[in-house]
Design a protein. Structure first.
Length: 46
């Protein structure tokens, strides 16, 4: 029990890992084109 508490306390003193989102320009361009096509088909863009 004492070891569990000590390990939890040690984990709490470490900084949290940083999760950084990677920028995916190719995926952004694909989504942009998809949205443009759909809006054009719906008649929102001429």
């Amino acid at each position: 029990m004492k070891q569990k508490l000590q390990s939890l306390l040690r984990l709490g003193s470490q900084p949290a890992p940083r999760h950084t989102a990677l920028f995916n320009g190719q995926l952004l361009d694909q989504k942009r084109e998809d949205v443009y096509v759909v809006m054009h088909q719906m008649g929102l863009i001429r």
